[in-house]
Design a protein around this ligand. Sequence first.
Ligand code: AMP
Ligand code: ZN
Length: 111
Amino acid sequence: MECIFCKIINKERPSEIVYRDEKILAFKDTEPKAPVHILIIPQKHIPSVDYLGKEDRELIGELCLVARKLAKEYKISGTGYRLVFNVGKDAGQTIDHLHLHLLGGKKLPWA
Ligand code: AMP
Ligand code: ZN
């Protein structure tokens, strides 16, 4: 399995993990675009939002709940934050393992 995020899940690659449960993992982005930049991923390998099935409904909801919890922990709930799923080439998706970006800690530029 060549997927870099699967390697992080399997501890074959180092990362700064900030949350883990049986289905989800969250770790710091190595090239942060904001003071808080965390990636929240399912442990199940799904290439992108475009590959989600109905059976993933609950999982995708849980990613958002973990994002909300981490936003509280990192004290950006009050000032606001952005959640992003990049999907495919035009959105600039570079890693084909579904990930939710949690960004905050500064006024975020838009497009
Ligand atoms: P995307 O462009 O939406 O596919 O986002 C991929 C993100 O993964 C980028 O923000 C990268 O900085 C980040 N990234 C790449 N490799 C790693 C890694 N080994 N650990 C943590 N973040 C990474
Ligand atoms: Zn993967």
